[in-house]
Design a protein around this ligand. Structure first.
Ligand SMILES: Cc1ncc(C[n+]2csc(CCOP(=O)(O)OP(=O)(O)O)c2C)c(N)n1
Ligand SMILES: [Mg+2]
Length: 432
């Protein structure tokens, strides 16, 4: 049994949680200053390592990686965590995500989109930190807060904006809308409106990769899946069922909890018996990691380890990213429940500002280079809006497509014939 190889969890520098369930602003929740680190015992569970790691402690949280690496005396820029090129990719992706959402808010308030729209502002370091490490063949499963995951995975801003406008050129031909971004081409396996719904889909995708590699003998199939979901969702039963299956079958999956401390208006501390979500990893026999989700470099370090672990065939990891959303739950939420001091605390830790500061202070880039990226993104988003605006609405009969795999699923009409055989039905003009 995989679980027998794990020894009890031992945390260092563990800060006790606030015992009360008052405002989470009383004290920083988990405190992103923890200095817990990956332990080498979790780097591989291949048989040889397993024997050696029997007495080792599974470590479960992270990481003042950036700070620690910076202090190492090395030549030139080699002490930095990223190269210039990597830094620019991260910066561009985060600014694109943020600016896309700001543009989306403008368009929503101008009546260009319908239904609920949930923005990702503030959480960009998580999407960018993980997804920019993935290959195209790797899968991402998101939630209803999915625009930025889609963009990080390579779906164009045009296609995402068009989808939001409900246009035929959207990534789901206008049939999905804000909460259901999907792209087969980019292995974006969906945004999901029901919380927790994506977790089993992600687990299935990870099972597919393992099945292809081990049963169908596709040796190069080392694809991994990242499942993103929130703190509130981590109280849902599907999460636990999938942790169990993923650990049992050593699936190549990373469960990424974006703990923004709130589930709509419900504080995480009030709703969860043990708010440290990462602890559930070791309980199921996989590493659990807590990371500062406002720091893209830290997220990326953790993500690298977890992705490599999955790719090597060593199994799943649970990563809890402590983050914050800078806007209300959805664009319909006046956001009156959260303390202004809490909001101020996290907005001072804006992940984009932090990365920019890091790159400038380490002389990795020049301000003009970053400004050029900002400008490029402004233009790209203007273009995305124009494209969405000018795109056609879907044909009415499209409503009947992609509902059932077998069109006979539409059933038999009052005339005793299959509805799908009536041309008016497929045109969308039949009375049903
Ligand atoms: C199965 C199900 N139950 C309830 C809801 C209503 N609901 C929508 S969002 C949400 C809170 C989710 O919070 P969290 O997982 O923390 O994600 P966040 O919105 O913070 O990103 C709930 C309960 C739902 N969408 N699906
Ligand atoms: Mg939440």
């Amino acid at each position: 049994m995989a679980t027998s190889t794990f020894s009890p969890i031992k945390l260092t520098h563990h800060q006790p949680l606030h015992p009360n369930i008052r405002s989470s602003s009383d004290k920083p929740f988990l405190g992103s200053t923890h200095k817990l680190r990956f332990n080498s015992s979790f780097k591989s569970s291949s048989p040889s390592r397993l024997t050696r790691s029997n007495n080792a402690t599974i470590i479960v949280a992270v990481s003042d990686v950036v700070k620690e690496k910076k202090t190492k005396p090395t030549a030139s820029n080699s002490n930095l965590l990223i190269t210039k090129e990597e830094g620019l990719v991260l910066y561009e992706d985060m600014v694109l995500g943020r600016s896309f959402e700001d543009m989306c808010a403008q368009m929503y308030y101008r009546g260009k989109m319908f239904g609920f729209v949930h923005l990702y502002n503030g959480q960009e370091a998580v999407s960018t930190g993980f997804i920019k490490l993935l290959k195209k063949e790797d899968s991402v499963v998101s939630t209803y807060r999915d625009h930025v995951h889609a963009i990080s995975k390579g779906v164009s801003a045009r296609e995402v904006m068009s989808e939001l406008f409900g246009k035929a050129t959207g990534c789901c031909r206008g049939q999905g809308g804000s909460m259901h971004m999907f792209s087969k081409e980019h292995n974006l396996l969906g945004g999901f409106a029901f919380i927790g719904e994506g977790i089993p889909v992600a687990t299935g995708a990870a099972f597919t990769s393992k099945y292809r590699r081990e049963v169908l003998k596709e040796a190069d199939c080392d694809h991994v899946t990242c499942a993103f979901f929130g703190d509130g969702t981590a109280n849902n039963g599907q999460f636990f069922e999938c942790l169990n299956m993923a650990a049992l079958w050593k699936l190549p999956i990373i469960f990424v909890v974006e703990n923004n401390l709130w589930a709509i208006g419900m504080s995480h501390l009030r709703a969860t018996s043990d708010p440290e979500i990462w602890k559930k990893g070791p309980a199921f026999g996989m590493p659990g990691v807590h990371v500062d989700g406002m720091d893209v470099l830290k997220v990326r370090e953790v993500a690298k380890e977890a992705v490599n672990r999955a790719r090597r065939g060593d199994g799943p990891t649970l990563v809890e990213c402590e983050t914050y959303r800078f806007r209300g739950h959805s664009l319909a939420d006046p956001d009156e429940l959260r303390d202004s001091s809490e909001k101020a605390h996290y907005s001072a830790r804006d992940p984009i500002v932090a990365l920019k500061k890091y790159m400038l202070e380490s002389n990795l880039v020049k301000e003009t280079e970053l400004k050029a990226i900002d400008k490029k993104i402004d233009e790209l988003l203007e273009d995305a809006v124009e494209f969405a605006e000018a795109s056609p609405a879907p044909q009415r009969n499209q409503l009947l497509e992609n509902v059932f795999a077998d069109p006979k699923g539409f059933g038999i009409g009052p005339d005793g014939k299959y509805r799908c055989e009536d041309p008016k039905f497929t045109e969308g003009t039949a009375h049903v």
